[in-house]
Design a protein. Sequence first.
Lengths: 452, 602
Amino acid sequence: MVKISVLQHDPSTHLPMRPGDPTPTSRNLNPLMHPFARARERTRALNAAKIERIFAKPFVASLEGHSDAVEVLVRKPKSLSTVASASWNGDIIIHDLQQRTEVLTLRGAHKGKASGLCFGGENGDRFLSCGVDKTVKLWNTPTGLEQDTGDATPLNVFPSKNAFNSIDHHRTDPIFATASNIVQVWDESKTAPISNLTFPTSTETITSVRFNLSEASVLASVGSDRTFTLYDIRTGKAERRVIMQMRSNSLAWSPTFPTTVLLASEDHNLYTFDVRNLAWPTQIYKAHVAAVMSCDWSPTGTEFVSGGWDRTVRIWKEGVGKQPEVYHTKRMHRVFSTAFTADARFVLSGSDDGNVRVWKAKASDKLGVIDARERAAMEYRDTLKERWKMDSQVGKVARGRYLPKPIHKANQLKRTMLESRRVKEERRRKHTRAGENKPKAEKKTVVVREQT
Amino acid sequence: MDALFAKAEAIRPHKRRRFNGDGPHSKKHTGKDVELDSTAKSVLHHTSLPKSLRPGSPPPEEAKKYSHISDKKLRAQLSSQSAHSARSKALLEDAAFLLEHEDSGAMEAEGELDRTWRVGQDEIAESAGQEAAKSRREWKLDGGPYRSRYTRNGRHLAIVGLKGHVATFDWQTGTLHSELQLRETCRDITFLHDQSHFAVAQSKYVFIYDRDGVELHRLKSHIEPTRLEFLPYHWLLASVGQTGYLKYQDTSTGQILAEHRTKLGGCTTMTQNLHNAVIHLGHQNGTVTLWTPNLPHAAVRLLAHLGPVVSVSVDPSTAGRYMATAGHDGTVKVWDCRNWKGAVRQWATRGGSAELEWSQKGALAVASGGSVNVYNKPAIQQFFAGTTSPPLYMTHPIPHRPLTSARFCPFQDTLTIGHSKGLSSILVPGSGEPNFDSSEADPFENKRMRREREVKGLLDKVQPDMITLDPEFVGSLAPPTKLTTDVNGKLDIPFARLPRQHRLKLQGRADETEEVSEEEDGGEGKEGNASRKEEKEKKRMRGKNKAMKRYLRKQRKNVIDPKAVALKEKLQREREQRKKTRDLAKGVQEDRLPSALDRFRT
């Protein structure tokens, strides 16, 4: 006897039970059933990379209202849409990002440049501004129900002898710190500073001061004599100071890693430091082709944005020191201020042309409702791009960015200069006695001196 | 103040670990009692780690550890990759029994004396289920020997008679899509990406028809075609004809991609390897050639038979590892495509030239003379020195000679044989793959799925220049560059960091003339030196490079000046003397006592 069985497919298992039901699918994971699986996946990855570049339209809106360079941009705590900006002619505007309207406009709030701005209190119900007119002004934040005209008066005015460069409010307590040629700590209810903080040998102008977000009594400042200084308001003195090769223009504390601080430096780079070890930075971020003017962390602490003298806004991943996302327009001038929104989906930049621009944090992000299938397709495309990024073609599409000609030229020039510097160094080493002149890691050359 | 400082637990310098300190995050996790440093402790009540950064489920047991890799970033990346792959492998194993839901057919002899080939079609059809028994049928048609072709999902069948009868239909439901009487010689037919289009090789050109039989295109560049193949993942229609040209046409853009002149005369045998999209041609002089569109010559050229090759087939069950060829001399040979040294197995068939076809599960059908023989897998692919035929699995007599084509139906146990009186379809248990994948080819797909697959297939179209004999090269490591940085055995310096001279040398652009003249030392003989200098005569000052002067300079070379010779000898002697004293000072060579033979030393 011969046992015979013949293959037959049962239509009832492969066809929908009732009209309108989805057709059942079946899977066979045998690789023989999927010829060219890798080649096809690569094609899909290439398409995904191209699609991403096609839909990369990052510019969302421009918020007008300032007639001079926008110096500061801050977001109101616990609010998704309220952002305040201050400009060089002393105007202060509070914007509503959703409506793209001005909630409050203060024309000439300061004489000359309004150099600093910060929200106070847990919910940001009041805000402080400082300027080169040697005053700090405390204002009430409008509720946003009706537009305020420019004739509002400050709740309080704090006079001083020096022009202010920066201001920051304590996270919980009603105290704030200002930066002039020294760091001063003020109480909101007192007209004179409660303490003056300065490093004993310092003769600098402090350009920026920030409170730590978790260890709320720790303060950091950067100054014109190339220093980065840490203060503690409980001890009332400067704790540590680092002197670097070039001065920093701005600093920001990481919202999720309390010991991490980001410095935007004049030497085209950004640096993250771990404040427990100030001898060298944890990472150098290199892409700008001119001085970096401002920086701000995303609320997730995994990304940050920087704006530079080279008229670009760049978005970096924490710990990845190169190839950031780069935004530019034909009309945008030097970027003096940048900020992330609280939902980490948008980036704001304030520039010399007096516009506050709103960008997407992810250039090809789709705004609006995304259903589950679309979301799944997006995630699949992201995975494909990640998986095939080493492929030369896919990587070229995914990484390549068009840069305006001046920036491209500057980039080329900078590369040439760095290369010749390296060659010179190498030649010098070659002609010194063997082992005398060892090459130094770039991280180790950033900090010139560390002082306590 | 220090006491306050301590109480406040302010930021304190981070303690350096060991010598020259690791990064600040290099905390050693030694068991449970990981002591938090003071900064971390003081920020603890203000902060919480985001969920995405908290450790997930522990990695599975079988994940590789990579503890030997010192680079932390790389180690973390590799171990997370291996954990991910181990997890997905476990998930796959969980799902495996859910996926294999249908059993393949089979014919097994139970007794010692039972033979599967004794079982006839009536008996098989009797024991088969109602659905499967439907596929045993005979189509009695006029119009010469027939050829047939199935779609990739096995649902639709296209037939063509030599005298011009063309029909496409859904053979399961019996729905006829189109039927044409073309009234000219038609030699082959193939479906394009699905049943909505098909191409017919007619007497002069290839024509493309849509599902309803409307002529869409006349491909005038394919002249006198004899065989057609469609490469589904590349959207290429390949044809070969009496002119001996193999032509590839992109059916998505309509462009002729490549025209290869085989230089081996008219060709009537063509097949494709489904797994690497290589075209196999069999020629009149007994050679089999393998072609890709990006090579102007054959990738492989194999003398397979002593007469013309009449049929070639590639085994899909082993990813195209084995190829079977049949010649006019009546032999069938099975070849291993990894090693072309000789046939794995060969045997003679009765009745002359045979048509071959390999099924999805690896059954080989040989249609020759008046019968179809089916051989099964392990025997035909194992090396066998003799020329006896492998054990027969099934046989079926067909009295309508010649048998011109044999096609297995995908995902069915069905073999369709074309012959002079039409077509007959027989049951071959165990030849078809039981489990199809809906994302690749689904016999039960509806209109919407077909449309979606068409669009997806176009989006995933693989570029034709990626067709190679080894399809696995995509995504594998690139070969090492030819530009090596090997200078003095040091390989670790990247090219960009080498000094300029080295870089030029590696690129082959360095001007080495100067260097050589520097390197010249007294080690070599005088003749060597002289000859080398002669090779590259320097450019001299103006007026010194005239032809006459050069001639005179050359003439002077042969002149031996006794003064110069004497001077040279003197210098040589002095040099030796100096060396000797140096050696003496070092105590290398002991001063010998003067001997009588010293007078002969110079």
